[in-house]
Design a protein around this ligand. Structure first.
Ligand code: IMP
Ligand code: MG
Length: 184
């Protein structure tokens, strides 16, 4: 396939489309086994996780439903500001529900530490965290994922839902941006 305009900004590919597909199938199977006979609620953390969510729910053949929450902590920077703000809230009562949080990347842990407390305060029965990517080297909050797709080094990554300034989400793999893209 021809390189798209966006792909010229990619320094290197970290996780290929095929690797994502195979790992998502494994995660889907693991979730199926954990939740078989139950009806968990997949909670997608917008916007970054929307691509992963779409593939993950199809890889997990459960009678589940989907909900969205949007949070913001980045304000167009490449490092978290530390303050997490809900910009789109739950649209349903989650009392007694088994929640599967679907995240694109677990970085400082600010977002998921905040969300866990928030969902418990809303009386969720259980919380399971699934993250496509995990950057453990940058953790400042004690949060761990129950399931993680890939551990990535401390580099700013884009693609498969992850953005830089709202762009690159539709690249089908995980790549590292050329430094000049955010320097310039
Ligand atoms: P945390 O709150 O620092 O754990 O960051 C979580 C959020 O920051 C993720 O949901 C992403 O939206 C964003 N984020 C963290 N690292 C990256 C990255 O390398 N590329 C794109 N977004 C990132
Ligand atoms: Mg995000």
């Amino acid at each position: 396939m021809m390189k798209s305009e966006m792909e010229k900004d990619i320094l290197k590919v970290l996780v290929t489309e095929e690797e994502i597909k195979a790992r998502t199938a494994e995660l889907g199977q693991a979730l199926y086994e954990q939740f078989e006979g139950r009806q968990p609620l997949f909670l997608s953390v917008l916007k970054g996780s929307f691509v992963f969510l779409a593939d993950l729910v199809r890889a997990t053949q459960l009678k589940s439903d989907v909900e969205f929450i949007a949070v913001s902590s980045y304000e167009n920077a490449t490092v978290s500001s530390g303050r997490v703000r809900i910009t789109h809230d739950l649209q349903q009562d989650i009392t007694g529900r088994d929640i599967i949080i679907v995240e694109d990347i677990l970085d400082s842990g600010n977002t998921l530490a905040f969300l866990k407390n928030y969902l418990l305060a809303k009386n969720a029965a259980s919380i399971t965290i699934v993250t496509l990517l995990d950057k453990p080297s940058r953790r400042t909050k004690a949060v761990t994922a129950d399931y993680s797709g890939f551990v990535v080094p401390d580099e700013f990554v884009v693609g498969y839902g992850l953005d830089y300034c709202q762009k690159y989400r539709n690249i089908p793999y995980i790549g590292v941006l050329k430094p000049e893209v955010y320097a310039g």
